[in-house]
Ligand binder design. Structure first.
Ligand SMILES: CN1c2c(nc(N)[nH]c2=O)NC[C@@H]1CNc1ccc(C(=O)N[C@@H](CCC(=O)N[C@@H](CCC(=O)N[C@@H](CCC(=O)O)C(=O)O)C(=O)O)C(=O)O)cc1
Ligand SMILES: N[C@@H](CCS)C(=O)O
Ligand SMILES: [Zn+2]
Length: 762
């Protein structure tokens, strides 16, 4: 009899209960007991969904107060030593300090979890780091599930992935040097789980989907030899891509089972089935954990049937990866049109799909016949729906090569015309776009959505906010202004709401980091722009000031990457459709007198495939999509782009090929390290390296920003250098924002004086 399980369930709650409880605890509005109670309720609810649907095990260990990597560090006792916390007595307040920082300590670094929009906290390895044991939360949660009568499978981030994803901070030459300590830490945890009667532990090693060098590959054998002794049965989970090149290694490891992502790595199965060890479980991830489309159950069953014939009860059925990356429950989508809703499955529905497949395999086909029929009808209806294909969009796409994807002249010529037009001082100061999204703004939007206030009231309220943002920036003395984006719930969802071919949900929340969530829109059909999306706002904002006002758009790759995308055509085709829509918007902004237009591409690096062999194809179409959107304007219109949350050095030639006149990037958290690559590469166009870490409420001092700017001057020529924060300010409050920006402007002014004096002296 095949079994069914999932690698993890979203922890945030269908109504973002965890977010609200955690934020209330941070504000001091509620105490620890209330927070613990919410956590407990959510875990119970999520286990009940899994058990009632018929999964054979519920996942324990997928719950985290902020992040699963930080939870793993807290479990092992390997939290960064610079905070000086006693790992065994780590409180929840300490845990949040690690994640968010405090006036004495900057927060742990945060970066993207593989190619997802989820951010994890980066482990910090120092010579004094220990893995001698930490908090008991995981053991308590397992006991909690067992007491509720559930059969549990505990999930852990694997030792090699944890090590690989961390950073050496000091005193260690090579990360693998501390592997013995890490192994000892995991052994202790596994021993305790064994003592608690846990039968299965799922160990996630997503780094197996990357191209690993020989040393990392070689580390798997001794690590798992050591971990398999005196431990529960281990299920080694791989996901996010195929792991075909490791099939021999995976077969040889002393684990009780392996999980494969058969959505992203659909073709890898035959390579594993040959000589699959006779005692070992194979977990088949056939339901897409990264997208929201309803599974074609008949096709999945056809794939699984021969597997069951050869594996029998050693076949486990699952989603491709943890369901962390999809929203919780479609049942809360009361406003979504019925046809579209019928095409979708969120985490709760995916659990039901997995168990339907299991039952069909296990001789209960009759009992799940209705589920299979409904799925087949939905899949068939989606394929032929007239809402998907638009002949005009497709015609334009077929002729895309006739559309110029280069500017009229090279940057050296454009910048002269732009300087003549804008007459900016040296080291111009600007912002990335958003200003504080205050509770008032969000509540007003919520009221508008509920119909409690009218459209005009809403517009006026948001215009007031734009007025305030413009006035503040003028008072502070910034050179290039932004309108602050108050009218946007999110930089992707906002455009998704206006573009055809896109749809959006009411409650499709997915955790982005900590308590922050996003509601990715989904693309079901050919994308086009029925009318201008931002021109009115930009025109209004520009009318309030004589300084240049940047138009503000989200680029095609980010619009794709942060949405749930079509699975019926290649991603690049969808990206190019979005690019064409954005090109029209850029041209309309220019016509409306907007001289600077920023096309944000924070997800450009994130979209890079996990395996380098797939990079050239992606980079080709991603650069093309950006250029299609940006290149419809005259030389003296200045195109900006912005990127954050990324290590850019390995793709600098392609960033240069995007040919934006100005790029602003996140660099302050890495102390300008990220800028070095731009210098070495001699990046030709203007750059604004971030000097203000917007993730922290901490206000950077003038001297700190001056130091960063001096560092930047060592790498970037003065005439190319801009001054700006790392990213948008939407998560910040007003008082700290105002002071930080005043300090930033002062830092730029001092630098201008310094340079003028140096020039006079020379
Ligand atoms: C730049 N980042 C982004 C990423 N992905 C995106 N899709 N968008 C991004 O901006 N990925 C990388 C980073 C991640 N960073 C962030 C930063 C901040 C957030 C965030 O603040 N998220 C908000 C939700 C934003 C939103 O959609 N707001 C809506 C709904 C607001 C709401 O909750 N309203 C309440 C009532 C009001 C209230 O009481 O506060 C309601 O409806 O009940 C809106 O503004 O209309 C968050 O709260 O988590 C995300 C990623
Ligand atoms: N313009 C956006 C970019 C975020 S990456 C903002 O400022 O929030
Ligand atoms: Zn950003």
């Amino acid at each position: 009899m095949a079994k069914a399980h999932i690698l993890g369930f979203p922890r945030i709650g269908a109504q973002r209960e965890l977010k609200f409880a955690v934020e209330s605890f941070w504000r001091g509005d509620t105490g620890l007991a209330a927070l613990q109670e919410t956590g407990k309720t959510l875990r119970q609810r999520h286990w009940a969904i899994q058990a009632e649907a018929g999964l054979d095990y519920v996942a324990v260990g997928d719950f985290a107060w902020y992040d699963q990597v930080l939870n793993t560090l807290a479990l092992l006792g390997a939290v960064p030593t610079r905070f000086k916390f006693d790992p065994e007595r780590l409180t929840l307040a300490d845990y949040f300090t690690l994640a968010r920082g405090n006036p004495e300590h900057f927060a742990m670094e945060m970066t993207k979890w593989f190619d997802t929009n989820y951010h994890y906290l980066v482990p910090e390895f120092t010579a004094d780091i220990s893995f001698d044991g930490g908090v008991d939360w995981l053991f308590e949660e397992n006991a909690e599930a067992v007491a509720l009568g559930h059969a549990t499978k505990v999930t852990l981030v694997g030792p090699l992935s944890l090590l690989y994803l961390g950073k050496i901070k000091s005193g260690i030459a090579n990360k693998l040097d501390i592997l013995p300590k890490v192994i000892a830490g995991y052994q202790k945890v596994l021993q305790r789980l064994q003592d608690a009667g846990v039968e299965w532990v799922q160990i996630d090693e997503p780094i197996l989907a990357l191209e690993l060098d020989a040393a990392w590959r070689a580390a798997f054998e001794p690590t798992y030899q050591a971990l398999s002794v005196g431990a529960p049965k281990l299920l080694l989970a791989t996901y996010f891509d195929q792991v075909r090149e490791h099939s021999v290694l995976l077969r040889s490891l002393p684990v009780a089972g392996v999980h494969l992502d058969l959505v992203r790595g659909a073709g890898q199965l035959p390579g594993f089935l040959q000589d699959w060890p006779s005692e070992r479980v194979l977990s088949a991830g056939v339901v897409d954990g990264r997208n929201i489309w309803r599974t074609d159950l008949d096709s999945a069953l056809t794939l699984l049937q021969p597997l069951q014939a050869s594996l029998g009860e050693r076949l486990w059925i699952s989603a491709s990866c943890s369901l962390l990356h999809v929203p919780v429950d479609l049942a809360h989508e009361n406003k979504l049109d019925a046809e579209l809703k019928g095409w979708l499955a969120f985490a709760t529905q995916k659990v039901a799909e997995i168990t339907a497949l299991k039952r069909a395999l296990n001789g209960e086909a009759k009992a799940v016949e209705a589920q299979f029929t409904a799925a087949a009808l939905a899949v068939a209806a989606r394929k032929i729906s007239p809402r998907i294909h638009n002949p005009l969009v497709q015609k334009r796409l077929r002729q895309i090569d006739l559309i110029p994807a280069t500017r009229n002249n090279v940057f050296a010529e454009r910048i002269v015309k732009q300087q003549a037009r804008f007459k900016l001082p040296a080291f111009p100061t600007t912002n990335i776009g958003s200003f504080p999204q205050t509770a008032d703004i969000r509540q007003t939007r919520a009221q508008y959505k509920r119909g409690e206030i009218g459209h005009l009231d809403y517009l006026n309220r948001m215009r007031e906010e734009v007025r305030l943002v413009v006035q503040k920036q003028e008072e502070i003395g910034l050179d290039v202004l932004v309108h602050g984006e108050p009218e946007r719930n999110d930089m992707v969802e906002y455009f998704g709401e206006q573009l055809w071919g896109y749809a959006f949900t009411a409650n499709g929340w997915v955790q982005s980091y900590g308590s922050r969530c996003v509601k990715p829109p989904f693309i079901y059909g050919d994308v086009y722009r029925p009318e201008a999306m931002t021109v009115g706002w930009s025109q209004f904002a520009q009318s309030l000031t004589s300084k240049p006002m940047k138009g503000m758009l989200t680029g095609p790759v980010t619009m794709l990457q942060w949405s749930f995308v079509r699975d019926d055509q290649p991603r690049e085709q969808t990206a190019l459709q979005i690019a064409l829509a954005l090109r029209d918007e850029v041209v309309d902004l220019e016509k409306a007198g907007i001289g600077m237009i920023q096309i944000d591409e924070p997800a450009f690096r994130e979209g890079l495939p996990l395996k380098a062999v797939d990079w050239p194809h992606y980079l080709d179409w991603a650069v093309k999509a950006f250029r299609i959107s940006a290149c419809g304007v005259q030389d003296d219109t200045q195109i900006h782009t912005h990127m954050c949350y990324s290590e850019f050095n390995d793709i600098l030639p392609w960033i240069a090929a995007m040919d934006a006149d100005v790029i602003t990037i996140e660099t302050s958290r890495s102390d300008m390290e990220l800028l070095d690559g731009f210098g070495e590469f001699e990046y030709p166009n203007d750059i604004g390296p971030g000097v203000y870490d917007i993730h922290s409420p901490r206000v950077p001092k003038v001297e700190e920003m001056q130091r960063l700017l001096r560092k930047a001057r060592g790498v970037i020529p003065d005439q190319r250098l801009w001054v700006n924060p790392d990213c948008g300010l939407k998560t910040r409050g007003w008082p700290e924002t105002t002071t930080a920006l005043e300090n930033m402007v002062l830092a730029a002014r001092t630098l201008r004086e310094e340079v003028a004096q140096q020039e006079q002296a020379a």
